[in-house]
Design a protein around this ligand. Sequence first.
Ligand code: ADQ
Length: 473
Amino acid sequence: MPSRTYDFVIAANRLPVDRVVRDDGTEEWQTSPGGLVTAMESVMRGRSAAWVGWAGIPDETPEPFTDDELLLVPVPLSLDEVTSYYEGYSNDSLWPIYHDVIVPATFRRSWAAAYEQVNERFAQQCAEVAAEGATVWVHDYQLQLVPALLRELRPDVRIGWFNHIPFPPVELFGQLPMRREILTGLLGADFLGFQRPADAENFLRACRRLLGARTKGDVVDVPHTDRRVRAASVPISIDAGGLRELAMSEPVQERAREIREQLGNPRTVLLGVDRLDYTKGIRHRLKAFEELLRDGRLSADDVCLVQVASPSRERVEAYRELREQVERTVGSVNGAYSPIGHTTVTYLHRSFPREEMAALYVAADVMLVTPLRDGMNLVAKEYVTCHDGPGALVLSEFTGAAGQLRQAFMTNPHDIGGLKQAIMDAIETPEKERARRMKALRNQVAKNDVQHWAETYLAALRAAPEKPAPTES
Ligand code: ADQ
């Protein structure tokens, strides 16, 4: 691998590819479809770019390889590190703290040590590939120590970090035994991007309270240095143009009609699409739906719910428990209400291709997005982009998306009575009004797509610690 030659380097926990074994036993790398890859395509064009991340296979280190001009640099993780750095520290210590402690966080010193070690490895790989004066864009909560570690190795590079999940209030963040190391790690960057303005404010407050740092507006003076770091919100989005084109295509439209038929042509199709995660409010949604059936406000003769729940973090205990609870509730709702020949709740615990997801969005009259806490929530943006006509989005106030999708039916999912009412409003609001709201939502996402997000972020990174000139953002 040629060292120090890439002007644009991305570091993320996972590489944007998965290894698949073909029927004949040979192997190939397949690009995993995701917003980040699409966003990066637009900003990487014409630059020599490298992506540093784990290849998803423990105890193996594939050699760096090139995929469509992008250099992919696998970072090795042992099986033990997958358990301690990834499932442990990232997903059982940080994830609960950053999501309002919906489930209690677990702290283990051995997990924290593994987190430090793996972050060190990522920083070294970035330092190895980045050209003189390159831009390095670090992603997410798994890599919060990388900015400072990398700055130490390579003071010449420009470093940005983006947080895909919320940044918690200092009262919760302060519980972390490694709280000071994390803040100091992040302050190694030139620019820190967050989903919501409130996340950036939480970070600035944590710097004042826990490091005694001075802040002015959205800029932190890094203690004991002359460096200044800007922290601001740059909300992520989706590839609206690409997804809209797919949703409007004849095969997807046809598939959407077929899905409605297979569901028994009910008057109203409700849809939920989530990773099976306790932050997503799936239990609250099912409870509200069940009560609406029980109260007789909805009838299983003319309404059904499709819940897509992609498998997630199945080795973490809280996720195993959630799966059991959700599956039990789905079973009991179906036992009580499903008419012969159809199920009231269609539960799909697996992943689907993009075409099938788009068809589901087209088919659904009401989209239920009810997280208890969510950095952004791309599903809400995908639905309003795909669905034409009088659909409706029920959206939790506790998502980053709620700051932008103002025409949704807003709800506090903890308030089951309020959630039931929001679902009823979404179903009963006259068609014309629903169509008007959906159009406004769709336009909002079309104007603020993922390409716009990446460009805005990189303009802020170039200008940091100053704000970018208005034409640049
Ligand atoms: P996630 O928590 O994974 O992302 P989200 O933003 O909703 O949440 O994105 C999920 C993506 O997976 C969507 O693109 C969706 O279409 C897709 N998906 C879900 N279930 C699927 C299935 N069964 N089959 C195929 N695709 C499926 C984190 C943060 C979010 C933040 C994003 C991006 O938690 O708050 O919005 O990163 O920053």
